[in-house]
Design a protein. Sequence first.
Length: 512
Amino acid sequence: MKHPLHRPSPIALTATPNKTKVLLGLTMGLLLSGILIAAFSIGAMGSPAHSAVSTPPHAIAQAGQADSQVGRGFAHIVKMVRPAVVNITASKAMDTGFSDGPGRPDWFKPGPQDKHFFGMPPGPNPWQKPRGTGMGSGIIVSPEGYVVTNHHVVEGAKTVTVALLDKREFTGSIVGSDPQTDLAVIQIHGDNLPFIPWGDSSKLDVGDYVLAVGSPFGLHSTVTQGIVSAKGRGGIGIAQYEDFIQTDAAINPGNSGGALVNMHGELVGINTAILSRTGGYQGVGLAIPASIGQHVYASLVTTGQVTRGFLGVGIQAVTPELAKSFRLERPDGAIVTEVREESPADRAGLRRGDTIIRYQEQPVAGPRDLQRAVTTTPVGTEVMMTIVRDGAEQSLHTTIVEHPMSQQVASTQQLDTETRLAGLTVEDLTPRLAKQLGVDGPVTGVVVTGIRAGSQAEKAGLVRGDVIREINHEQVQSSQEFRQAVKALPNEQTILLFINRQGTPLFLTVKV
């Protein structure tokens, strides 16, 4: 019988004598059968009989696509995004944009914690004498020629030149700039301009691949690859509103304003700064997330300025100790430390000591979550907040108004709470001391004037100049009242202090 997989051989179809045909047919049949038996034998070797399951066709196709992507690397993404990342040369006045050093621009000067921006002067020697110019990167984000970059790249610029990968050059006009987020928008006019679409930075996970594209050291259209190292980095001191994406993609001076893109070729961040002890790449780069960048971009293009929502509260992070004091299930949310009079928060009925745990049905993990949500809420929007007050949840409603630029939305200072209160000296708060400490309004309390080195009070996070206003929600108006209140506290009880530090109200938990 012929093997079911046997195909007639072309040789068997040629004109041959009958005996030859029979012999040739038998020979080819035996040969093909032997090949098939060997193939099945090889497939069975090293595999248990119960696991010999054939791979579905769709799985084979997916595996092939994955192998193809790995083989290609990131070239297909780079081809999409690289043409839209531009080189920016800003001509500046000689008295702006530079430090007192030999030609070193102020955005490249080390700051606290060895922070560096990515701007750089042109030419092979970044330490040459000032020429009144600076260089950085930018991203075309629309076919109308709008370019997003960093504020510090174009700050003080007289003229801005934008160079594309295809060698075209344009004179750009500054649409608007926002130093509070270190973002700016430029516009150029040209035909068939490439652009990168905005992506959703909230969908990024730590460990996701990202590509950084920019002009480090003036090397136009340089691409580096890395991962998302962390999200929500803040408190660095680069801008007022900080919620950075941290990445280990190599970025260096000149990368300011360049693109951070995901594996779909979407813009998820604008590269802004590095943490470095040398001024160059050391594995820690910071990018402004698209969630902030897109809001600032839209506002600047529409009105020429940034309109932010305003709630009118001072807030701080929830620590494990504060969570216990405020009867919270988890150390999440933002504790209200101050409510501005006649503000949306005041009209909603928010009180000092409330903890905001949800805003517009979205969970609030910490102060930066709330700050970002409020500032990006359109003015005039009615919002709902879920708070915890005295251990019970409540819902409050209010309408967001425009943020007054002279005020801050939130304070996010974090204090050490694993401490005991000891070694303090205090005195009454006088008008003279209040003025020196920056305390405005009718604030009463006692001033911390001395802390013994190495004492439990020092470890508590209290510092000289702190004004202690309340102990366990009871006002303290004099040093005598303070001593009496502390003396009356039971041993090992965790207490809650309400203090004022350089004009900023804060809660602090301590153990006595």
